[in-house]
Design a protein around this ligand. Sequence first.
Ligand SMILES: C[S@@+](CC[C@H](N)C(=O)[O-])C[C@H]1O[C@@H](n2cnc3c(N)ncnc32)[C@H](O)[C@@H]1O
Length: 449
Amino acid sequence: MQIQESEWFDRVRQQFDYAPYPRIPLEKLPHGNYEELFVHSLVTPYYLRHQTVVDTRGKTILDVGCGSGYKSLILAIANPGAHIVGIDVSSKSVELSRLRFQVHGFTDAEFHTLSVEELPQLGMQFDYINCDEVLYLLPNPTVGLQIMGSVLKPTGIIRTNLHSYLQRDVFYRAQDLFRMMGLMDGNPEEFEIDIVRETMASLKDDVLLKKQTWAPKFEVSEDPEAVVSEILMNHLFQEDKGYTVPQLFEMLNASKLELITMLDWQSWNVADLFETSDGLPKVWQAILTCGSTAETLPIYELFQPNHRLLDFWCGLPLQTQPLVPIDQWEQSNWQNCTVHLHPQLQVEAIKAQLMQCIDTSTAFDFSRYVNLSAPAPVSIDSHIAIALLPLWDGPQPMQALVERYQTICPLHPITLQPVSIDATFSKIKQLIQQLAQFCYVLIERSLNP
Ligand SMILES: C[S@@+](CC[C@H](N)C(=O)[O-])C[C@H]1O[C@@H](n2cnc3c(N)ncnc32)[C@H](O)[C@@H]1O
């Protein structure tokens, strides 16, 4: 390790030995946080990549920079039967992760005080690598991606993220200021945190740095530790760096990895930024129709830098034929497919809510459970929601869903004429297609249609 890099390493390690992150009590479980579980479930990106519903049993999942282990715990819960491996440069964080797993009785896990650069030492290959809020701290994120790519199985997936320079530029300004004052020369602790707090509290409210990076609750917080964490992870965050989407693509190219999708893919749609998508200026219609993802994501970022994280899934280039997107499937694919509910939505509380909506003829809102910052709610009418109920009992052939709905609604509600099975099929297909865009349901093509 070069001298410059070893200084970097010590600064990061000291910061997280002093204040392991996240600061979440050991007893806390993520139950009821469907979105967190959905995002940490290998089923979600695996489906987006391979259009199949993966069985998580026996899979090996790595959490790089596991911190105090809360996200590792979510990974363990969201991926039943998987073996969890956590690494972190901060031994204090690793200790807390081990303790957290003990508290909840999870034994199929191992934690190591190790840097991402040392990963090959483990001699393991992974099905899924989660590297959350770590990459932007590395001296060279491309090297981190390359190393993770080298320990990834061929069909494996990496979830990682970078801080957005455009969204967080105010914090980089704050860090420049406090660095100039010498507050980041050593490891920022109580003394340095107090100076930040005092400075911000005594600035006029309309000073931009205060207006954009400070909240009055930081001065009168009932939870002082939360304020400390807030300051350390923003104003005094050692080695925090921001990047843009084009830089993200450069890193992926240099690491021979392919973008699968942004994690919150529903919230990166340029057309959603215009008043109406039908009335787009011609030039934008052309750009958005012909532009690749690598071209349109930077446009979104320049129009609307509202994502703190450039959070994405990526993988090694696939050796297989590219998948046919669902909206290009043939009728025979639809007729022979199987529909699954996303396993993280397959819970009694959500089923009970759906049944209540059906009973009271009110719309059922999927985005209440998982929305990934989608710009609009994803609500479905209670009449059609009825069709989904069997999915809580397990995967269903598309044909079975159609036939059941046909039995429930055999007549057209206005003409009272019998509805044809083809019309029912199209109606259910439209519903499933809408929900599949969000991965609320996962549709698998039969191997022998
Ligand atoms: C902001 S925390 C994120 C913790 C956790 N991933 C989460 O999102 O809750 C960053 C963590 O990455 C660890 N870290 C930083 N550089 C690392 C490296 N090169 N190798 C392994 N861990 C690293 C830090 O010690 C710290 O615990």
